[in-house]
Design a protein around this ligand. Structure first.
Ligand code: AMP
Length: 113
């Protein structure tokens, strides 16, 4: 855990949040500024800055599993949803702790770029 990282603190319950899924490797909680009816952040409990920061395969698999669990429990697995991860400056990454955005519950726009 990185001491000055807000997502480390939330993922490890140093600060509590609105969790929707959790296992040994991963936590998922609601984005505080939701862009869609479902907007959940899925992240590893260990600190990695981005998806290209040497994340172990087991952790990546756990994150994908968490996305499936969240999509099912949020009711968007059938209707459709989007998974994104902002990586670095050009993508506008704000929090430097790897996280996947799970967005759904409405017809999403096409403007990914
Ligand atoms: P990005 O790093 O570009 O993926 O953006 C960070 C995302 O984290 C934004 O959607 C924020 O609304 C969200 N966020 C930042 N701090 C918190 C927090 N303490 N709890 C929940 N969501 C947060």
């Amino acid at each position: 855990m990185k001491d000055d990282c807000i997502f480390c603190k939330i993922a490890n319950h140093v600060i509590e949040s609105d969790y929707v899924y959790e296992d040994d490797l991963v936590a998922a909680f609601r984005d505080m500024n939701p862009l869609a009816p479902t907007h959940v952040l899925v992240m590893p409990k260990e600190h990695y800055e981005t998806i290209v920061d040497g994340v172990p395969a087991q952790t990546l698999a756990a994150m994908v599993h968490a996305v499936e669990e969240v999509a099912k429990s949020e009711g968007v697995a059938e209707t459709g949803f989007r998974v994104t991860t902002n990586t670095g400056a050009d993508a506008g990454q704000v929090v430097q702790h790897l996280h996947l955005h799970v967005l759904g519950g409405k017809r999403l726009t096409d403007d990914l770029a």
